[in-house]
Design a binder for this molecule. Structure first.
Ligand code: AMP
Ligand code: MG
Length: 411
């Protein structure tokens, strides 16, 4: 059996980054920056008010309550026309430019309208309620490094500095197909005897969409040599990666394997992990192929451990792996000591450390337990029992990736 980390290292080392292109900012979410981004100007671009209130000279408010003459009104988006001299104030809205002479803003709640001006009830110190120019980003600063995946917050930052067409790695197209004579589409009203509905196909499509790639859904391909060959060839020639499920385990009559071996250079692995021990990886011409096992829980685990990090690397991302954390076993956890085991668990906040409990049956066909789970409890090879109260490592499979290849697998 191949250790999990070796399998991950081999796959990631074989991934080539796709070319960079400029895309409109509103299409950039989920893609990865291909160059460093620097700020052409400060953010905020000018000192502005954090509140609705009155721009003042802080020294004038030392003996509050004090009456000040209001010299103008500064709504957001306008440019102040006058200088705030001693004894005066300017009415100002949140986000509006701080007028010359003023060094603080008194919030409207601490004021009262007075004859010809305003009564300031509370004193402020210089800088209070003022957001300085460059307080968020300084002009010329490196804002993002290449390899950062663009989250909604990144989109906002890029917009704030006028990057309307970021340079990103092109969005990959990924082909998906489910293999197996027993499979019928989810929409089949009455199940024929011996048939099951294809859950892997829709599941893989959902995971790929969440990753932000373009999906080429090739549906179900029966265990038929001619059909398999033509479907795989089409997938390889039209996509940047191919993901299949089924047909790669030992007991299979060797159809999928035979066709894959003919079409390209694909290796069939037994990875020391549970679920998802059987796994195929290789290339059909230049196109990487990921052959996942058939059992649906194995599909998700293999996708998480191999396909998602590999596609993120192909997309140029620096951080490839989901976040991990720690908790303690809330019940005794027995595992196979020869493998890295991914238990499907719910996580409950206890008095002290968070506690994990099995989310349901741990068979690799029991998808309902994975749907109910909050996280994987990752029990490494070499451990076959975690007692109640002992620490256990969690992988948050719904979290945005935080860990780099170097952090997870070493140099
Ligand atoms: P295989 O690896 O092809 O031997 O499949 C292993 C198990 O997964 C069998 O019980 C299959 O029926 C099941 N399976 C294979 N493909 C799918 C699929 N697309 N959806 C649901 N179950 C599947
Ligand atoms: Mg099969």
């Amino acid at each position: 059996m191949k250790p999990l980390a070796d399998a991950q290292r081999e796959i990631l080392a074989a991934m080539r980054r796709l070319p960079a292109v400029r895309v409109p900012l509103d299409e950039a979410g989920g893609l990865v920056l291909a160059e460093a981004v620097t700020a052409p100007h400060s953010v905020p671009p000018f000192a502005n008010s954090a509140v609705d209130g009155y721009a003042v000279r802080a020294a004038d408010t030392g003996a509050a309550p004090v009456d000040l003459v209001v010299i103008e009104d500064i709504p957001a988006g306008s440019v102040p026309a006058r200088i705030v001299e001693a004894g005066t104030a300017a009415r100002i809205m949140t986000g509006a430019s701080i007028p010359a002479g003023a060094d603080a803003v008194v919030m409207v709640e601490d004021t009262e309208l007075a004859e010809g001006g305003v009564t300031v009830a509370a004193s402020v110190a210089a800088g209070n309620n003022v957001r300085p120019a460059g307080g968020d980003l300084k002009a010329g600063a490196t804002v993002f490094a290449p390899g950062e995946r663009i989250s909604p917050a990144h989109v906002g930052v890029l917009a704030s500095i006028g990057v309307a067409e970021p340079l990103v790695v092109r969005r990959p197209t990924v082909a998906v197909l489910s293999t197996g004579d027993e499979l019928v589409p989810a929409g089949t009203a009455t199940l024929p005897p011996g048939a099951i509905r294809d859950s892997n196909g829709p599941m893989l499509v959902a995971m790929l969409r969440e990753l932000g790639v373009t999906v080429l859904d090739m549906g179900i391909v029966p265990d038929d040599e001619v059909l398999l060959r033509s479907s795989l060839a089409e997938a390889a020639s039209s996509a940047d990666a191919v993901v299949t499920s089924g047909g790669v385990s030992m007991g299979e009559h060797d159809l999928v394997k035979k066709v894959l071996a003919e079409l390209g250079s694909v290796d069939f692995w037994k990875v020391a992990m549970q679920p998802a021990k059987p796994f195929a990886f290789g290339f059909l011409d230049e196109t990487p192929l990921f052959g996942l096992p058939g059992n649906p829980v194995s599909v998700i685990v293999a996708f998480e451990q191999f396909v998602r990090p590999a596609l993120l690397r192909r997309m140029g991302a620096r951080r490839l792996f989901r976040p991990r954390g720690r908790a303690v076993a809330g019940e005794q956890l027995r595992t196979d000591g020869e493998k890295t085991v991914f238990l499907r668990v719910v996580v409950r906040r206890g008095e002290g450390a968070a506690e994990v409990f099995l989310a349901g049956g741990q068979g690799s066909n029991v998808l309902s337990a994975l749907a109910a789970a909050d996280a994987f409890a990752v029990v490494p090879a070499g451990v076959d029992m975690v007692e109640i109260g002992e620490p256990v490592e969690l992988e948050w499979f719904r979290g945005a990736e935080t860990r780099t290849m170097e952090e997870v697998l070493g140099e």
